[in-house]
Ligand binder design. Structure first.
Ligand SMILES: *[C@@H]1O[C@H](CO)[C@@H](O)[C@H](O)[C@H]1NC(C)=O
Ligand SMILES: *[C@@H]1O[C@H](CO)[C@@H](O)[C@H](O)[C@H]1NC(C)=O
Ligand SMILES: *[C@@H]1O[C@H](CO)[C@@H](O)[C@H](O)[C@H]1NC(C)=O
Ligand SMILES: *[C@@H]1O[C@H](CO)[C@@H](O)[C@H](O)[C@H]1NC(C)=O
Ligand SMILES: *[C@@H]1O[C@H](CO)[C@@H](O)[C@H](O)[C@H]1NC(C)=O
Ligand SMILES: *[C@@H]1O[C@H](CO)[C@@H](O)[C@H](O)[C@H]1NC(C)=O
Length: 574
């Protein structure tokens, strides 16, 4: 090899290498980034997220704010033209701490099993009122009892009617009693005695959060994917109470699916996300609405909307989920079968497409905007909606006075950072309603209007801290940094190759002119680009043998003459 080619070829190769590296960086970076996510994100006892997932008490406080509807005119219930007047009171604020109990990792199938434990601590400083505020409400216990016997024989209903003869439809209890402390009710004790082996609540008192403080028995047993094998399954609930279906809704609405509530797989799209709520015993679908910015970081905002609240959501259940089409029975099915006129809508072309609004009815369908959770509440006529019947059938709020739905205050929204799926903001808001319905036999409820009666609503707002958002921004800027590096490498590489090519062309040109000028003399020229480099210039092409070359350099013309001489002689001989 000659020194000239040696160096420039080396330089050219370097340029090529730079360009290839830059292309690799540019196009393989998503793959590299994916590997980083796949390695860093999955939940394990040693992962970063584990500590706060296991116990949120070290995080900034999370507040659950509860607002009650105080019924101010119960005496007017049967008066024609009078609607119940509801006055919103509160908020009553509790600091919520979430913990996991019995956490067991199962590396063999990449899941983790656990129970949920929640603690609530009353925060008087943030509360508007006190836990001893009296609230006028529907008597939920009596209504539930009436609801449960509604398809039973007349004997039973008359007995209940007699038991309730001295009661009223409404009841005044304090906020504390209605929430965590619970209150005694003679009907509860009676119910426990009278209905053996039935689906009745295992409690001696009634309160919406009675016995829930610090308990693990309410939300159920979770089996969640850790994402270790496939990050797209990160945080997805695999089994709830040891099964992949629930007994609370009809197939295929009984499927356990969606996120367990804390983690979301990366690469979110602008379509929808699904969350499984152990509280409501069902998955909830959130639809993408808009992109928002948190301290400069983009997030996708998903809302609880028609797909969950509507009654005409069609969904495709693929054949591999066909097992979910097996009939399941809820405790109420037995009675419901004869009494409900189930909606039969026009059959779809595709037998796999199901109107899930239909199977969530669970019997009689409700107006749009309500979720029937009776089966998940021991058969009590409890219905969950957005606060103030936001995004619900307007007829619901027209039955009462005092509801003013507001997008800002009453939407249930989840905002996720799209690349990592990390939640930036969650505003959980739901309202609990009890169905008041007339009864022909139970005299207390004769001729009452049918009203989905709002009881209380809560909001739980959690937002990522600024420091966290900044850290996340740094992580997410890595791809950009690498892209810039790739572009710079590409430019340097191209420049190198360009220079080498230019030098080569220049030297060729000069060599040609020199060769035509003074072909008989050996030449030494100095490269323009590299002053210290001496370049030898050959006037002939051919053998690379060192000796020959040396000779040739010294006597190029004579060898050529000799060669020509020889060739002409040979030709002549032929
Ligand atoms: C609720 O309304 C009742 C009257 O119906 C009233 O006595 C009570 O003070 C009200 N409670 C609150 C917290 O305003
Ligand atoms: C506190 O509650 C009262 C009624 O109970 C209401 O008029 C007032 O606006 C509330 N204050 C706040 C800050 O919410
Ligand atoms: C829940 O339990 C904790 C610990 O026993 C207690 O400090 C807290 O006051 C309880 N909260 C309520 C609302 O009773
Ligand atoms: C994973 O394995 C554990 C332990 O064997 C089991 O309890 C759990 O149900 C399994 N989860 C799935 C999704 O198969
Ligand atoms: C709600 O669900 C219960 C229990 O599954 C069912 O009996 C009832 O018909 C459903 N609908 C209404 C409006 O109560
Ligand atoms: C769906 O909801 C709308 C509005 O509440 C109602 O008019 C319609 O009858 C419902 N359809 C079914 C099938 O329940």
């Amino acid at each position: 090899m000659r020194p000239w080619t040696n160096k420039s070829v080396g330089l050219g190769l370097l340029g090529l290498l730079l360009i290839i590296t830059s292309a690799c960086l540019y196009f393989l970076w998503p793959v590299i980034f994916h590997h980083i996510l796949q390695k860093e994100m999955p939940l394990s006892p040693t992962s970063k997220a584990f500590e706060v997932w296991n116990d949120t008490s070290t995080l900034p406080p999370m507040y659950m704010k509860i607002r009650f509807f105080n019924w101010t005119n119960p005496q007017d219930l049967r008066v024609k033209g009078q609607k119940p007047i509801l006055e919103e009171v509160g908020p009553y604020v509790f600091r919520e701490v979430r913990q996991k109990a019995d956490v067991k990792f199962h590396p063999e199938n990449n899941t983790v099993s656990y129970f949920y434990r929640r603690w609530w601590h009353f925060v008087p400083e943030l509360t508007n009122g006190s836990l001893s505020d009296p609230i006028m409400q529907l008597d939920t216990v009596a209504i539930s009892a009436k609801h449960k016997v509604r398809y039973r024989d007349e004997m039973m209903q008359s007995t209940l009617s007699f038991l309730l003869s001295s009661s009223s439809v409404h009841i005044m209890k304090t906020v504390g009693e209605l929430l965590f402390d619970g209150y005694d009710d003679s009907l509860i004790k009676l119910g426990r005695l009278a209905t053996m082996g039935e689906d009745i609540p295992p409690f001696d008192k009634f309160g919406w959060f009675y016995m829930r403080n610090g308990s693990t028995m309410f939300d159920g047993h979770f089996n969640m994917d850790t994402g270790a094998a496939d990050i797209s399954q990160f945080g997805v609930l695999k089994k709830w109470n040891h099964k992949d279906t629930t007994p609370f809704f009809r197939s295929p609405c009984n499927v356990v699916e969606g996120s367990a509530g804390e983690f979301w797989p990366p690469y979110r799209r602008k379509d929808e996300i699904v969350l499984f709520s152990g509280d409501l015993c069902r998955p909830l679908t959130y639809e993408y609405t808009e992109s928002t910015f948190h301290n400069g970081l983009e997030g996708y905002r998903y809302l609880l909307s028609e797909k969950t609240l509507g009654n005409n959501t069609r969904r495709r259940y693929p054949h591999d989920q066909a097992k979910y089409f097996e009939p399941t029975t809820t405790t109420e099915d037995f009675f419901e079968a004869e009494h409900s006129s189930e909606v039969t809508d026009s059959p779809d072309e595709d037998p796999d497409v199901v109107n899930i609004g239909n199977c969530y009815c669970n019997g009689k369908c409700t107006p749009v905007g309500l979720m029937n959770v009776s089966s998940c509440r021991y058969g009590a006529p409890v219905f969950v909606s957005l606060p103030h019947f936001h995004r619900a059938d307007p007829s619901l709020r027209e039955r009462v006075v005092g509801l003013n739905p507001d997008e800002e205050l009453h939407d249930f929204a989840i905002t996720l950072e799209p690349t990592t799926g990390i939640p930036l903001k969650v505003s959980a808001r739901l309202q609990v309603n009890v169905l008041l319905e007339p009864s022909k036999i139970v005299s207390l409820y004769k001729e009452v209007p049918t009203i989905y009666f709002p009881v209380f609503w809560f909001t739980l707002d959690v937002e990522a801290t600024d420091e966290f958002v900044d850290d996340l921004k740094t992580l997410l800027s890595l791809p950009d940094v690498f892209r810039y590096i790739a572009v710079i490498l590409f430019l340097v590489g191209s420049l190198t190759i360009f220079t080498v090519a230019l030098l080569y062309l220049l030297s060729r040109q000069r060599a040609n002119s020199v060769a035509s000028d003074k072909a008989t003399k050996p030449r030494m020229i100095v490269s323009a680009g590299n002053k210290s480099e001496l370049m030898y210039l050959d006037t002939t092409e051919g053998a690379d043998d060192a000796h020959v070359r040396n000779d040739r350099r010294l006597y190029p013309s004579s060898i050529e003459c000799f060669n020509m001489d020889l060739q002409s002689k040979l030709r002549q001989q032929k």
